[in-house]
Write a protein that binds this ligand. Structure first.
Ligand SMILES: Nc1ncnc2c1ncn2[C@@H]1O[C@H](COP(=O)(O)OP(=O)(O)OP(=O)(O)O)[C@@H](O)[C@H]1O
Ligand SMILES: [Mg+2]
Length: 356
């Protein structure tokens, strides 16, 4: 799916703007505070229903305005589809093809977007949550069974956790173990299936991006190896009671990322972290395309800021191989990136000029 056009009203610094994108590489150039990241944020919001910069959607409305509106035209299986997002009464309203939708999952399925920005290193350096979310993005997009099971699991987990924090008898807590274990084992199976495709591809992409450093991924389920989840839940009863939280399950999963046999965060530089995170993301984009036949849209915010020209060139070569639509921002784009771009935009104090 590609974003063909975007219309913004009262979004961040833009009062009104219209953009027509190339289906390949779009380069957005502008000085600091000109609105580059805001444009990527608008595209991300269209696909995810949330921002990557703030949980407060109110911050996205232009200062003098009372709400914002975004309208994007995408191609979904070669058919144009209009996606709209508006925040007027304090709530976010999403429309796909003119129909209201409450489901962010449907939005995400219609317009999959991936981002690499200044926080990308968190995938390597941050906590397990980032890596789980990253992994689950892939599983969600290639495995339709994932989302309904994930919802059932979350509901059971919330119920069990709520009971753990009361003085209700243990049997009431345990009454959720069956559903938790059944859905938890299914989620685990889907993640493992996905990783069977993903791990080797990801290691390859990462190795190339890091100029030959050997990379590997090791999945950790979230409960002791060799145990059934139902056994692990039983065994964790005392700890769970103490913490008021369920301590074992797929919500505690992680994916250890190793470089040359060591944990990546102990082995690579900050620039390499960004390249490594980017490579894992490109691997996901390429697996997504391989398994679904569709491509997702990549948002690359200020990639040149932390990468030297050599790393940037190598990375952009890999980006081109994914055949994904790309929106890349830069204060000043290196010539090589500029040459690759099919469409260049200059952003200047809320005005966007498309260079032909
Ligand atoms: N709700 C808002 N209303 C008006 N202006 C806003 C709002 N939110 C942010 N801005 C302003 O929008 C401008 C663009 O911000 P943005 O982060 O998109 O810039 P940028 O081009 O990515 O800059 P940099 O190169 O420094 O990352 C900034 O001047 C910022 O202060
Ligand atoms: Mg920015």
């Amino acid at each position: 799916m590609e974003l063909l056009s975007l219309s913004l009203r009262e979004f961040r610094c833009f009062a009104a703007a219209e953009l027509e994108f190339a289906p390949t590489i779009n380069l957005i150039i502008g000085k600091n505070a000109s609105g580059k990241t805001s444009l990527l944020e608008a595209i991300f919001l269209l696909g995810r229903g949330r921002s990557f910069r703030t949980p407060h959607l109110g911050a996205l409305t232009r200062t003098e305005a009372s709400g914002f509106q975004l309208i994007g035209k995408i191609t979904s299986q070669s058919v144009p589809v209009i996606i709209g997002l508006a925040r007027t009464t304090g709530l976010l309203e999403a429309r796909i093809g003119g129909q209201r939708t409450e489901s962010l999952a449907q939005l995400a399925q219609t317009f999959p977007v991936q981002l690499i920005d200044s926080q990308a290193h968190q995938l390597i350096r941050g906590g397990p949550r980032q890596r789980r979310q990253f992994l689950d993005w892939g599983v969600f997009h290639v495995e339709p069974a994932f989302f309904p099971i994930w919802r059932r699991f979350q509901r059971a987990l919330q119920q069990r956790n709520a009971l753990l924090r009361t003085s209700r008898p243990q049997r009431e807590v345990d009454s959720w173990n069956g559903e938790l274990a059944a859905t938890g084992q299914l989620l685990d199976g889907l993640r493992r299936n996905y990783l069977a495709n993903f791990s080797a591809t990801a290691a390859n992409w990462a190795e190339r991006a890091l100029g030959g450093l050997k990379t590997s991924l090791e999945y950790q389920a979230g409960w002791p190896v060799g145990r059934d989840l139902s056994e692990a839940l039983q065994e964790s009863t005392t700890r769970d009671r103490k913490a008021g939280l369920t301590q074992v399950g797929p919500h505690r999963a992680d994916m250890a990322i190793k470089v040359e046999g060591r944990m990546a965060q102990e082995r690579v530089s900050r620039g390499q972290e960004k390249v490594l995170a980017g490579a894992l993301l490109l691997a996901q984009t390429s697996i997504y395309r391989m398994l679904t036949g569709h491509s997702c849209t990549l948002l690359l915010d200020d990639l040149a800021a932390e990468l030297d020209v050599g790393h940037l060139i190598r990375f952009m070569e890999m980006v081109a191989e994914t055949h994904a639509q790309v929106h890349i921002t830069a204060v000043e784009a290196p010539i090589m990136v500029a040459q690759q771009a099919a469409q260049v935009f200059h952003v200047k104090q809320d005005e966007i000029t498309a260079m032909v």
